[in-house]
Write a protein that binds this ligand. Structure first.
Ligand code: NCD
Ligand code: ZN
Length: 366
C-alpha cells in the first residue's frame, strides 16, 4: 500500500514508514464487499451502481422474495445484477444459495461446480428481513452442509438465535454456544463466515477458530453503539440486525478490524429499504451504507491510527479466505470532507432510500 502525507505528497513519493496516522491519502488494491443486499427490480436498478463504484466483487445475499435457492435462479439474478451495473464499471457479483430446510445437496454441489455458487447462506428462520424460509433446525440442513464440506463451499451465517425468550442484545452470544460450536464439531471440514459480528464474544469466537472461521464487520457497527438508536428519540436509520450493542462491543470490533488477524474482513451488510418503510410504526431492519462504505471504514482506521491495516481488511483477507486472488486495480481514498448524498432516488417507485451517516465526522472521500 501507499499512504500519502498530509503535506500533499503524491502517492508515488509516499512517506517512508512508520506511516503517519494523519495521512492525507491512501492507495490500496480495490476492495471487495463480502456481504451485500442488492435486492431486485427497481431497488436493484437504484442501488447496484453504489456498490460497484467502490468494490471489485461482492457476495450477494440471496434473501429475495422468494429466496434464491436454485442454480438457475442465481444465474438469472447474476445477469440482472450485471445489467444493472453501468458498463464502465468492472464488477463481479458472487452468488450465494439461500439454505432452506431439506436443502438439496445435489443442487449445492452442482452450482459450485458450475461456478455459480460461491457460498451458501444460513438464516435461522425469522431471524431478520426476508428470512421466513430460513432453517428451523440444523438437522434439516446436515446433508447439504456435508455436500458443502466436500465441495469446499463456505457457509455464511447470520449468527443470531430466534428464540423470543432470548433478549435481542444476547442473541448473537447465545448463538455461538448453542448453534455455532456444535456445528463446527459436526462438520469438521466446513469453513464458516460469522457475518456482521457485533459482540466481543463474536470476535473471540472467530479468533478461537483460525483456519475455519472468518468474520465480517460492517461500517455501522464500527461507528456507533446502541445508544445511537435512541439518542433524542427513536432513530430508525440506525436500526439493523444484528442490533448494535454496548460500547465495549463496538471497541472490540474496532480492535479486531484493525488488528493483524487475517480472519476479519470487510462486509458492509448494506441493506436498502425505502425511507417510508424505515420511518413508520414497524420499521424494517437494515442500514443502506453503500455510497459511504469505504469513506467510513477509512475514517475508523485513521481514528485508530491503523490506516496501514485498511488494505488487509478491505482487499486481502477476504479473497484469501475464499481462495481468490486479490484485485490488481488500485484505488485512492483522500482526506477531504465527505462528498456523498444523504439519500438516493428510486425514480420508478417515486421513493427514496436514506444513506447511512454516522453522528461523528467522516473526513474521507472516495
Ligand atoms: C438485512 C436485510 O434488510 O436484508 N437487514 C439487516 O438488518 N441487516 C438482512 C440481514 O442481513 O440481517
Ligand atoms: Zn445482511
Amino acid at each position: 500500500i501507499n499512504i500519502g502525507a498530509r503535506s500533499g505528497a503524491s502517492v508515488e513519493s509516499a512517506m517512508p514508514s512508520p506511516i503517519a496516522p494523519s495521512a492525507a491519502s491512501i492507495t490500496i488494491r480495490r476492495p471487495d464487499d463480502w456481504h451485500v443486499h442488492l435486492r431486485d427490480g427497481h431497488l436493484l436498478a437504484a442501488c447496484a451502481v453504489h456498490t460497484a463504484r467502490q468494490f471489485g466483487r461482492a457476495i450477494i445475499m440471496p434473501n429475495l422474495v422468494p429466496p434464491v435457492t436454485k442454480v438457475a435462479e442465481a444465474s438469472a439474478y447474476r445477469e440482472r445484477i450485471r445489467a444493472a451495473v453501468p458498463k464502465d464499471l468492472r464488477f463481479e457479483p458472487l452468488m450465494t444459495c439461500y439454505l432452506t430446510d431439506g436443502a438439496d445437496p445435489a443442487e449445492l454441489t452442482r452450482g459450485k461446480a458450475e461456478g455459480v455458487w460461491v457460498a451458501a447462506k444460513l438464516y435461522p428462520a425469522h431471524a431478520t428481513t426476508n428470512s421466513a424460509h430460513g432453517v428451523t433446525s440444523m438437522d434439516r440442513v446436515a446433508k447439504g452442509l456435508e455436500a458443502m464440506e466436500k465441495a469446499g463451499m463456505p457457509l455464511l451465517v447470520h449468527g443470531e438465535v430466534t428464540d423470543p425468550d432470548v433478549d435481542i442484545f444476547d442473541r448473537e452470544a447465545v448463538f455461538l454456544d448453542k448453534v455455532l460450536a456444535p456445528l463446527l464439531k459436526r462438520h469438521p471440514g466446513l469453513k464458516i463466515v460469522l457475518e456482521h459480528i457485533t459482540t466481543r464474544e463474536g470476535v473471540a469466537f472467530v479468533e478461537a477458530h483460525p483456519g475455519r472461521l472468518g468474520g465480517t464487520i460492517t461500517p455501522h457497527h464500527l461507528s456507533y453503539n446502541r445508544n445511537a438508536i435512541f439518542k433524542g428519540g427513536i432513530r430508525p436509520h440506525f436500526y439493523c440486525l444484528p442490533i448494535a450493542k454496548r460500547e465495549e462491543h463496538r471497541l472490540a470490533l474496532r480492535r479486531a478490524a484493525t488488528s493483524d488477524s487475517t480472519q476479519f474482513f470487510l462486509g458492509t451488510d448494506t441493506a436498502p429499504h425505502t425511507t417510508d418503510t424505515k420511518e413508520c410504526a414497524c420499521g424494517c431492519a437494515g442500514v443502506f451504507n453503500a455510497p459511504v462504505a469505504m469513506q467510513v471504514y477509512a475514517q475508523i482506521f485513521a481514528e485508530e491510527g491503523k490506516l496501514d491495516r485498511l488494505e488487509a481488511f478491505a482487499s486481502l483477507n477476504g479473497p484469501a479466505f475464499y481462495g481468490l486472488p486479490p484485485n490488481e486495480e488500485r484505488v485512492t481514498l483522500r482526506a477531504a470532507t465527505l462528498d456523498a448524498p444523504d439519500h438516493i432516488d428510486v425514480p420508478a417507485l417515486a421513493k427514496i432510500i436514506t444513506v447511512f451517516r454516522p453522528d461523528t465526522p467522516v473526513d474521507w472521500s472516495f
